[in-house]
Write a protein that binds this ligand. Structure first.
Ligand SMILES: [Zn+2]
Length: 450
């Protein structure tokens, strides 16, 4: 897919073809390579990934205390990294990363990777882990972001509204309703940042005023906005782009029904940026193999074949400040067949979400619970709902409601929720004003405390 957009030129008097500044040139040089490597064969992509992973491993075992102390586990001999050696490299759990967080920082970051920036993520225990990003991870983020815009034919001159956790300068700009350019290296368009922690009605008012062509937000935010914004409130809207949380397939249909636009989704992780992007031609995802090795594994550690769901293990190929090597991120995903679009990038048909968001049935089976908040809102004035599994038999339904519920409404809600869960759990209701979000602004509509 080619873009008709022209970058900003940094040279006086030259507008086309543009000669971009140094930083933009680096992003565009990467994006140019990505536009070619996406058509490579899977074998060629794997060969390049292993060569890059070899560089990362050598750096980590030289300069990162955690890996240096376990050198036998990470490197058994010198020479080219083979697929077999890669598969015998230990898997790093979230718990280990949390426990030894300070031992994962490189003591010898190559100069060209600086400066570093802090990225925080919270674990299931609520403990915050700080990961460092680098100039290289920022460049990859920008290049993958540009690919995402080009895949979905976003016009760079249009207006974007992005509802997210805003900090520092962005928080001030968000509060003041100030816009900035949104595609690095390109001019024209503007992006308005909106604070995810503002009330839904305040967000809705901002969106009416900004009239965006593209709306970027977490699925839970879109879910809430669908209740209070009509198609006529967002006349310029071309598509909705979600990220950050597991997408419930129902949401695509609701966005289409209420706003009459498609929804485009990306699979991202705070620790490593965008890992997989929705294919330009299909609803499934392409792994961003140039930036990460993403493995989907069975419990025994072997790779899941197409059609199977397994745990996601990632390696960020370019983070030399805090190398995450075969890091089990806590998500589950389903592997797909190679895509008919012709790209060699592996396919994920579904990203199922976090283990801590799985329901456990009394017989020990686990599944991702489906209970559409839209259906609940059709029964009673429920603004938002969250289910918490407290034991094998007990579920608490936390609801935020517009007014106290009638007995009849409570009975119907109970029926709908238990039907959705597929088991007659002991269900109790509790009521809250506002649901707290995680440190990254995410909302979890199901939590398991088991
Ligand atoms: Zn495709």
């Amino acid at each position: 897919m080619t873009s008709l957009e022209v970058p900003i030129s940094a040279v006086p008097g030259i507008t086309w073809p543009a000669v971009p500044d140094a930083n933009s040139s680096e992003i565009l040089a990467l994006a140019y390579q990505l536009a070619q490597s996406e058509w490579w064969t899977p074998d060629l992509l794997v060969a390049r990934q292993l060569a890059q992973a070899g560089e990362l491993l050598a750096h980590a075992t030289r300069s990162v205390p955690y890996y240096r102390d376990r050198i036998d586990g990470y490197i058994s001999s010198t020479g080219t990294l083979t697929s077999e050696r890669w598969r015998s490299t230990p898997i790093l759990s979230r718990a280990v990363l949390q426990e030894y967080a300070d031992r994962f920082k490189s003591e010898a970051l190559p100069k060209a990777h600086a400066p570093v920036s802090q990225i925080s993520t919270s674990g299931s225990t609520g403990r915050v882990v700080t990961i460092l990003g680098t100039k290289m991870t920022a460049l990859m983020n920008a290049a993958v972001g540009l690919r995402y815009h080009q895949w979905h034919q976003r016009e760079f001159g249009k207006v974007v509204a992005s509802i997210q956790v805003v900090k520092g300068n962005r928080a001030e700009a968000a509060a003041a309703g100030k816009a900035s350019p949104w595609v690095p290296g390109y001019g024209g368009g503007t992006i308005f940042y909106c604070d995810i922690n503002e009330t839904v009605s305040a967000q809705a008012e901002r969106l009416k005023k900004y009239n965006p062509s593209y709306l970027f937000a977490y699925p839970s935010t879109i879910d809430a906005l669908l209740e209070c914004l009509e198609r006529t409130d967002l006349p310029a809207l071309i598509h909705v782009a979600t990220l950050g949380e597991a997408l419930d397939a129902e949401l695509r249909g609701r966005v289409r029904a209420v706003w009459d636009v498609p929804l485009v989704d990306a699979y991202s992780a705070t620790e490593a940026g965008m890992l997989a992007l929705q294919c330009p031609d299909h609803e499934h995802y392409h792994v961003q193999s140039e930036r990460c090795i993403l493995e989907v594994l069975r419990e025994d550690g072997s790779a899941c074949p197409p059609g199977e769901t397994g745990r996601v293990v990632i390696t960020d190929l370019h983070n030399f400040a805090v190398p995450l090597i075969r890091y089990e991120i806590g998500d589950y995903a389903e592997v797909g067949d190679l895509c008919s679009c012709g790209r060699g990038l592996p396919v994920l048909t579904r990203v199922a979400g976090r283990v801590r968001n799985m329901l456990t049935l009394p017989n020990g089976d686990k599944k991702w619970p489906r209970f559409g908040s839209a259906r609940l809102a059709g029964i009673a004035p429920v603004k938002q709902a969250q289910l918490v599994q407290k034991s094998l038999n007990e579920i608490e339904a936390r609801l935020s409601v517009e007014r106290p519920l009638t007995l009849d409404e409570t009975t119907k809600l109970r029926e709908t929720i238990l039907n959705g869960l597929g088991h007659s759990f002991d269900l109790t209701f509790s009521f809250v004003d506002v649901f707290p979000r995680t440190v990254n602004g995410k909302f979890e509509d199901f939590q398991s405390l088991l």
